[in-house]
Structures are given as C-alpha cells and as structure tokens.
Design a protein around this ligand. Structure first.
Ligand SMILES: Nc1ncnc2c1ncn2[C@@H]1O[C@H](COP(=O)(O)OP(=O)(O)OP(=O)(O)O)[C@@H](O)[C@H]1O
Length: 122
C-alpha cells in the first residue's frame, strides 16, 4: 500500500515539475513564444478554412511536436552552457545539431501546412 501511494505521489510530483518546466518554456523562451504564436494563428486558420478532423489531428500533433522539440533544444542549450560556459568547438557543434533537429521538423511542418492549406487557397 505504501509503495502504491508513493508511486502515485511521485507521478503527481513529476507532472507538477513537468508543468512548471512547460510554463517556464512558454513564458521565457523567445523561440517557443514564436512557435506558440504560430500555433494560435494556425488554429484560427484551421477554423477559418474548416479543415477536416484528420487535418486537425495532423496540425495539433505538428504544433505540439515543434514546441516540444524547441523545449528539448532549449534544455540542450542550457546543459551545454552549464557544463561548458566558455566558447568551445564541440559545444558549438552540439548546439548546431540540436537546432538542426528542430529545423528538420520545422521544414516538415511547413510542407505539411502547405499540403493542407494550398488546395484551400487556390
Ligand atoms: N559556447 C559556445 N561555443 C561555441 N559555439 C557556440 C557557443 N555558444 C553558442 N555557440 C554557437 O552559436 C549558436 C547560437 O547559440 P545560442 O546558445 O545563442 O543559441 P540560439 O539559437 O541563439 O538560442 P536562444 O536564442 O534560444 O538562446 C550555436 O548554434 C553555436 O553555433
């Protein structure tokens, strides 16, 4: 019983920490604020163009994924700055790779957006 209780309390604590992290990201990180704003714009576009349920699912997953990836990228940058605050080629490479991962998905998201919206525009 004790173990079961501590399992649920620990899960609850983890959710609280994760919520705190998400709040910090959305309120302090410029790149995530931008993605959040784009997400809101795309949500309005979704209602305006009356996209289908499948398109909504793709759009919501894409907005969530890009913000989550930006969050991971920010966390990697924080770790890099923490373990090596000075300039180092390897730190630069690590940060570039993390940013590159976000970039790959950002391009994917733009292509998916074009596939959904271009036929509705023309
Ligand atoms: N300590 C460092 N050593 C070597 N190169 C670095 C270092 N810090 C940053 N860079 C280079 O500068 C780029 C930008 O790094 P920075 O940490 O400013 O990220 P950013 O993309 O501007 O993120 P943010 O705007 O969220 O701070 C990195 O991708 C890397 O090429």
């Amino acid at each position: 019983m004790h173990n079961k209780e501590s399992f649920f309390i620990n899960r609850l604590k983890s959710i609280t920490y994760a919520f705190k992290g998400a709040f910090i990201l959305v309120t302090t990180e410029a790149s995530i604020k931008v993605q959040f704003f784009i997400g809101i714009l795309m949500t309005f576009a979704g209602f305006y163009f009356k996209i289908s349920t499948t398109e909504w699912l793709i759009q919501i997953a894409t907005i969530g994924l890009i913000m989550a990836l930006e969050g991971v990228n920010t966390a990697i940058e924080e770790i890099a700055d923490f373990v090596h605050p000075d300039f180092h080629k390897k730190i630069g490479l690590i940060k570039d790779m993390a940013a590159g991962a976000v970039f790959i998905f950002a391009i994917t998201a733009i292509i998916m957006g074009c596939i959904i919206y271009i036929p509705k525009l023309f």
